[in-house]
Design a protein around this ligand. Structure first.
Ligand SMILES: *[C@@H]1O[C@H](CO)[C@@H](O)[C@H](O)[C@H]1NC(C)=O
Ligand SMILES: *[C@@H]1O[C@H](CO)[C@@H](O)[C@H](O)[C@H]1NC(C)=O
Ligand SMILES: *[C@@H]1O[C@H](CO)[C@@H](O)[C@H](O)[C@H]1NC(C)=O
Length: 368
C-alpha cells in the first residue's frame, strides 16, 4: 500500500512532536496535548492489561510465546498509532480494534482486497446527471429496508465482493421490494473477470478484485445466487458451484457516477446503495464518530457500500457537528459503529471516496 508523502511526513512529525515536547501545535492551529511519553511502569502495566482485554474480547490465541510476544509489540505500536490518529482525526474516536495486533502492511494484505483500476469493463455505462436541488439533508437506506445485516469477510481480501453484493441487494430490493442476501462466495469462486488491458487486475477471490468487474461477471453469467444457497466460506477460489436455476438477483446494467458529492447523493437516493472505494488507513483504528482526518491518501485499497448521509454527526472532541456519509463495511458488527463507518461529507474526495462510485440496476424478477 502506498501512502501519500504528506500523510507519511505528518505522521512522522506527529510522532516526533509527542515524544519531544508537551503541548505543541499540530500545524493546523490546534494544540496537541502530549499523550505519549517514554512509557513508565504504570503505562506498561496498563498496556499489559489492555492487551489481555483485547485478547479476551476478540478471542485471540497465538500459537506460541514467540508469536504472542511479537503480537504484543505490534499491539503497543498500534496503541501509539491510534493516539496519533486521534490527534489528526479529532471528530472520530480511535483506539483498540480487532485489528490492533496486525501491522498496517498485514492489515492491508489480509483484510482489504481492492485491486487497482486500469480500464472499465465493456458494459460499464455512465450514470445520467441527476437534478440535485431537492436533495434531503439526511437519508439512510437502512431505514427503508434496503440493506442486509453487516457481514464479515474474515481473513480474505474479498471486500470487493461484499461491496458488489451490497449494491445489488439494494437494487434488487428497489426492483422487487424483497431484501435478499446475495452470495459473495459465488463471486470469489466463479468471477475471474479481467481488465482487457491489464491481466494483473483480474478478480482473484481472496487476493482482490473490483466491483465493476463483479457487476460485469454477474451481467454475463445471469445473476447471483442467495447467500444461503451459496454460503460464504472465506476460502480462496474453490470450485465454482454456481447453479443457473438458483439465480436470485440479476443485473440489468451498471454505471459509474461522476466524482461530485451532489451527484453521488442524488444517485444514492434514486438508485439505492452505491459501491464505492476508499483508502482504509484510518479504518484500522476507527471506533466511532465522523472520521475527517486532516490528511488522507486518495489511493483506494478497500471496497465498501455507501448507504446514506447525514447533516450533523456526533463529533466527540469537536464543538461543531459534521455532515457525513454512512458506509457499510464488511468486518463484522463488532468493528466501528455496529459495523458502519462515518466519513465527513463536504471535503471533496476525502480518502478517495468520490472517485470510484458505481450504481447498479437490478432486473425485476418474480421471487420463487
Ligand atoms: C471486452 O471486449 C473486448 C473486445 O471485444 C474483449 O476482447 C474483452 O474480453 C472484453 N472484456 C470483457 C471484460 O468482457
Ligand atoms: C441446480 O439446482 C437445481 C434446483 O435446485 C437442482 O435440481 C439441480 O440438480 C442443480 N444442478 C446442479 C448441477 O447441482
Ligand atoms: C438500467 O436498468 C434499469 C432497470 O431495468 C432501467 O430502468 C434503466 O433505464 C437502465 N439504465 C440504463 C442507463 O440503461
Amino acid at each position: 500500500m502506498m501512502m501519500d508523502l504528506a500523510v507519511f511526513s505528518l505522521l512522522i512529525a506527529s510522532a516526533l512532536f509527542v515524544t519531544i515536547s508537551g503541548v505543541v501545535d499540530d500545524g493546523f492551529g490546534n494544540p496537541i496535548k502530549q499523550v505519549v511519553r517514554e512509557e513508565n511502569d504504570e503505562q506498561l502495566l496498563n498496556l499489559d492489561h489492555q492487551f489481555t482485554q483485547f485478547k479476551s474480547k476478540y478471542e485471540k490465541t497465538y500459537k506460541n510465546q514467540v508469536e504472542h510476544d511479537h503480537r504484543f509489540r505490534v499491539f503497543k505500536a498500534n496503541v501509539r498509532r491510534a493516539r496519533r490518529h486521534q490527534q489528526l482525526d479529532p471528530s472520530a474516536v480511535h483506539g483498540v480494534t480487532q485489528f490492533s495486533d496486525v501491522t498496517p502492511k498485514e492489515f492491508s494484505r489480509k483484510y482489504l482486497g481492492l485491486k487497482r483500476r486500469f480500464s472499465l469493463p465493456n458494459d460499464t455505462q455512465k450514470a445520467a446527471i441527476l437534478p440535485t436541488s431537492e436533495l434531503p439533508t439526511d437519508f439512510d437506506w437502512r431505514e427503508k429496508g434496503a440493506v442486509t445485516p453487516v457481514k464479515n469477510q474474515g481473513l480474505c481480501g474479498s471486500c470487493w465482493s461484499f461491496s458488489a453484493t451490497g449494491a445489488l441487494e439494494g437494487a434488487h430490493f428497489l426492483a422487487t421490494k424483497e431484501l435478499v442476501s446475495l452470495s459473495e462466495q459465488q463471486l470469489i469462486d466463479c468471477d475471474h473477470t479481467c481488465d482487457p488491458q491489464e491481466a494483473n487486475s483480474c478478480d482473484t477471490g481472496c487476493r482482490g478484485g473490483l466491483m465493476n468487474n463483479a457487476f460485469e461477471y454477474t451481467l454475463k453469467t445471469g445473476g447471483l445466487m442467495k447467500e444461503q444457497d451459496y454460503p460464504y466460506t472465506g476460502r480462496d477460489r474453490s470450485v465454482c458451484k454456481f447453479n443457473k436455476t438458483m439465480i436470485a438477483a440479476k443485473v440489468s446494467n451498471f454505471s459509474v457516477v461522476s466524482a461530485d458529492e451532489d451527484q453521488i447523493a442524488a444517485n444514492l437516493v434514486q438508485n439505492g446503495p452505491l459501491a464505492i472505494a476508499i483508502n482504509a488507513l484510518w479504518m484500522q483504528t476507527y471506533i466511532a464518530g465522523v472520521s475527517c482526518p486532516y490528511v488522507c491518501s486518495k489511493n483506494q485499497d478497500h471496497g465498501v457500500l455507501l448507504v446514506g448521509f447525514g447533516s450533523a454527526g456526533y463529533a466527540p472532541l469537536r464543538l461543531e457537528e459534521k455532515p457525513y456519509w454512512i458506509i457499510k463495511n464488511s468486518w463484522g458488527s463488532m468493528w466501528g459503529e455496529k459495523g458502519y463507518y462515518k466519513i465527513c461529507r463536504g471535503t471533496p474526495n476525502i480518502c478517495g471516496v468520490d472517485t470510484m462510485v458505481s450504481t447498479v440496476a437490478a432486473v425485476h424478477t418474480t421471487p420463487q
